[in-house]
Design a protein around this ligand. Structure first.
Ligand code: HGY
Ligand code: MN
Ligand code: MN
Length: 405
């Protein structure tokens, strides 16, 4: 299979040194990687189209093109200093699956469409699944046009400069646009490797949420301002960061996870009391009730900590999404395909979110997982072996074959 070389080549389109990958939305590395993928699709005889936000569609026309197609795919954007397999296995794996089906002279009735989703990662505009949110209609044009990056650039300016024009209202799909959606992805967790299982079949995708918190104190001279009168935004942020961890640990659900992934203080001088702090918090759970309870507890604690420390704060809820329940019939199809191929498989929950989270709001959806070495992901040492990748591709190929008749 050519996928192994193609994954390596794709990893070279990065703003950081190999083996790490950094590929942020609409940067030159992102655009070069997109162009590379499109060239591979055109080489394979697929028809490529791109929408106003940059979602890219590569279509293998079936004998009954009027029928809703079956879609597959994933993302190629990568958070800073991450790995070579998150998302890319699903994008290049979809292409490999189609090449395999063509090689056995299979002719699909329904068309098959690979989707390269724009910006599954939240890095550029602070919100994950930007492309699939818009495809599902969960994010409308008005809200999308308000998105700004950390340099204060608006989404519209950045996307049009990158060559993605057109009206954002044209992105949303109707419920009958696709017959179904299946995404191949690395597990990004330890379970498949630990239990020596080849294929994970996703039955549910956890409910993600993220918040941005700005803390405003008074700052001042590190020597001259005595402790009792300080309004130190940095220490308030540190207390909140610990509270984030405690709330997740104390939750009744073992699937409640919470992370303060960004914590900046200003003015960043050793002899200056932090005047401002800026936190980005990621809080998820497979169970929406315990996720929402954790969010409520966090909001109350932020209020109490800031009151006690005389700190002003601005709390912004960036996203607060429901979990996705995958389609049972599709899950069973993947399971029977894995059995046919003599692969071991297990039904499981995805703790990471994916574009499937939003595709499931419109279409019957499931995901095919392959093992992650050491359960590691979002790190340069993220790894899945060629054998594991090929089992994922074969499972996807025969699942697609089953679905498009
Ligand atoms: O954060 C996630 O779950 C995904 O990898 N963006
Ligand atoms: Mn990721
Ligand atoms: Mn991913």
């Amino acid at each position: 299979m050519k996928i192994h070389e193609e994954l390596k080549k794709l990893a070279t389109f990065s703003a950081s040194e190999n083996p790490s990958v950094t590929r942020i939305l609409y940067t030159k590395e992102d655009l070069a990687a997109r162009a590379y993928f499109i060239s591979l699709c055109e080489e394979a005889g697929l028809k490529v189209t791109v929408d106003a936000i940059g979602n890219t569609f590569a279509r293998w026309e079936g004998t009954q093109p009027e029928l809703p197609a079956v879609a597959t795919g994933s993302h190629i954007d990568a958070i800073p200093l991450s790995g070579q397999y998150d998302g890319t296995v699903g994008v290049l794996g979809s292409l490999e699956a189609i090449r395999y089906l063509k090689s056995i002279n299979f002719v699909p009735k329904r068309s098959i469409e690979i989707i390269l989703f724009t910006a599954e990662e939240p890095t550029r505009f602070f919100i994950g699944c930007l492309g699939s949110r818009m495809l599902s209609g969960q994010l409308q044009r008005e809200a999308a046009e308000k998105l700004k990056d950390s340099n204060g650039l608006f989404l519209n300016d950045v996307r049009t400069t990158a060559g993605f024009t057109g009206d954002l209202n044209s992105v949303a799909l109707s419920k009958d646009h696709y017959h179904a959606f299946v995404e191949l992805h690395i597990e990004q967790g330890p379970r498949l490797e630990k239990e020596k299982i080849d294929i994970g079949i996703v039955t549910k995708i956890a409910a993600p949420s993220s918040l941005r918190l700005k803390l405003i104190g008074e700052g001042g001279h590190a020597g001259a301002v005595l402790m009792p009168i300080r309004k130190d935004a940095g220490v308030a942020g540190a207390e909140i960061m610990q509270t984030v961890e405690r709330i997740a640990l104390e939750s009744k659900s073992e699937d409640t996870v919470a992370t303060t992934g960004i914590f900046d203080i200003l003015p960043r001088a050793v002899n200056s009391i932090p005047k401002e702090a800026y936190l980005e918090i990621d809080l998820r759970d497979t169970n929406i009730e315990t996720r929402n309870k954790a969010l409520d507890d966090l909001k109350k604690e932020v209020e109490a900590i800031c009151k006690r420390r005389n700190i002003q704060y601005i709390l912004e809820m960036v996203n607060c999404d429901p979990p996705a329940i995958c389609d049972e019939e599709l899950v069973n199809t993947v399971e029977s395909v894995a059995n046919e191929l003599n692969y071991t498989s297990k039904k499981m929950v995805s703790h990471a979110y994916h574009d499937s989270l939003f595709m499931a709001q419109l279409f019957p959806t499931t995901m095919i997982f392959i093992p992650s070495k050491g359960g590691v992901s979002h790190r340069p040492d993220e790894y899945s072996s060629p054998e594991e990748i090929e089992k994922g591709v074969m499972t996807l190929a025969l699942t697609l074959k089953e679905m498009v008749g």
